[in-house]
Design a protein around this ligand. Structure first.
Ligand SMILES: Nc1ncnc2c1ncn2[C@@H]1O[C@H](COP(=O)(O)OP(=O)(O)OP(=O)(O)O)[C@@H](O)[C@H]1O
Ligand SMILES: [Mg+2]
Length: 247
């Protein structure tokens, strides 16, 4: 099962969701792989100390390197396909010109069955990377904040995701609210509108704003090891279980 975490709006919790949903999946005994498909490499930096010598997704796309060669074990049952900044500027037209490059689909396909869950983190844009990640996924997970700007972008992005060639019957498209602020009347009102408008698309699980979710990447940890008994862990657990139930 491949789930692509996407939203063209920046800073809405895509990377945080990949990291923590992945860690919850591992906690449930599932063999889990995170793919950092964002040139910013935030997901990579949240998990490992990066050095120039580690092979990354760029090696996968441009060279003969196989998927398994760049898939780093970060703990038991938990793997990361890292990114480095040089993925910046990489676009499909460039790839077509170069010809000797590869698609993520062809490199990943032989290994999909080796994992229970593969989560792909994407950039905050409808770039060729995001589009490719959406096209190969079994499900699209859209983190959204209860803010005016997120509310504005969500309908267009949902419409985009349901267009060809992404409209396969088996693909699920689900959004959820994250970084929700308790006791904020604006946030509550926007949440109410989002729930009303996107009823069937929106998951019930909500992730509130938790300071531990900001802190944990600085110690190269997910919330599961950083603060296992926190509300943040419980909320990501609820999100994981709800996703399991719709699959
Ligand atoms: N529920 C949360 N509570 C508190 N802070 C959060 C939460 N989720 C994410 N954050 C913080 O918000 C910031 C943006 O989150 P994140 O990097 O996951 O978003 P993103 O959508 O991946 O951003 P980008 O579009 O730039 O890739 C980060 O500093 C992260 O630690
Ligand atoms: Mg990110």
């Amino acid at each position: 099962m491949i789930i692509t975490v996407a939203n063209p709006k920046g800073g809405v919790g895509k990377t945080t969701t990949c990291l923590n949903l992945g860690a919850i999946s591992v906690y449930h005994g599932k063999r889990t792989c995170l793919i950092d498909y964002d040139p910013k490499a935030n997901l990579t930096e949240a998990l490992i100390e990066t050095t120039a010598s580690i092979p990354t997704i760029t090696d996968l796309l441009f060279y003969y390197t196989s998927f398994i060669e760049i898939c780093l074990p970060v703990q038991d049952n938990f793997f990361l396909v890292p990114a480095r900044q040089e993925l910046t500027g990489f676009t499909r037209p460039q790839q077509e010109v170069l010809r000797q490059t590869y698609s993520l689909k062809e490199k990943l396909s032989p290994y999909v069955k080796d994992f229970d869950l593969i989560l792909i983190d994407t950039p905050p844009a409808l770039s060729s990377l995001t589009i490719e990640a959406i096209s190969i996924a079994d499900g699209i997970l859209i983190p959204t904040q209860a803010t005016y700007f997120c509310l504005k972008i969500l309908p267009d992005f949902l419409q985009f995701c349901t267009k060809r060639p992404f409209d396969s019957k088996s693909k699920f498209i689900k959004a959820f609210i994250t970084m929700s602020h308790r006791h904020s009347s604006v946030s509550e009102e926007i949440q109410r509108i989002i729930r009303e408008k996107f009823d069937t698309t929106l998951l019930s699980a909500t992730i509130h704003h938790h300071i531990q979710l900001e802190e944990s990447p600085a110690s190269a940890q997910s919330i599961v090891t950083y603060d296992p008994n926190s509300m943040a862990t419980q909320e990501y657990e609820a999100l994981y279980l709800e996703l399991q139930s719709i699959r």
